[in-house]
Design a protein around this ligand. Sequence first.
Ligand SMILES: [Zn+2]
Ligand SMILES: [Zn+2]
Length: 229
Amino acid sequence: MSLIVKNTTFPKLFDLIAPHSCRGCGRIGDILCNRCKNYIINQHQSFCPQCKNLTHAGYCPNCSELPPIFVASERVGLIDNLIHDYKYSSLRSLAKPLAEILNNCLPTIKTPVIVVPLPTISSHLRERGFDHMSLIAKHLTRLHDNWQLQKLLFRTNNTVQVGSNKGQRESQAVKAYITNSKISINPIATYLLIDDVWTTGASMKSAIKKLQQAGATNIIVGILAVSRI
Ligand SMILES: [Zn+2]
Ligand SMILES: [Zn+2]
């Protein structure tokens, strides 16, 4: 008789056999210890991902076309390594601390919040075996009573952005998403679009446009890490 073990039981089983060591300092215990997590959180500075100027309440004085954008960290050192390990080594247990880091840069929102992760292209989903931004979104919603996850955006093609030039990326990105027509927009909710990194911003700007076209009026953006140069 074969023993059938549900896939979801593996992480817990694995944790018992091989406890994590912190990706920042090596201390045995959590995959990111509180000290290293708080170090990233304390380095936070609010800046515009597009022009790098300081922002106030997410707004940039130079980029009035953009909704409020909240950046958790400059894309350097530990956070950059964490995002890389999370995506490319499929270290799913980093989803929770990364969600906590992102949560820390977000404002207090009084309305219900719909968290919308930017979708990943299907070839990457297959390679990695999981949807990295959906998992972060799931952890983010667990931190608040009136927040929920909705996969409102879908990818329309499999174009890989890495390596394409800026012009190509922008034209690809405009056509990159469609909205899920089965979900209706809640007029009183705040739509929080989240992504891990911002490079040209073309994907995020396309996603913002799509949500606006679907009727969302209260949109804010949360990004984990943005290069400052
Ligand atoms: Zn540590
Ligand atoms: Zn700006």
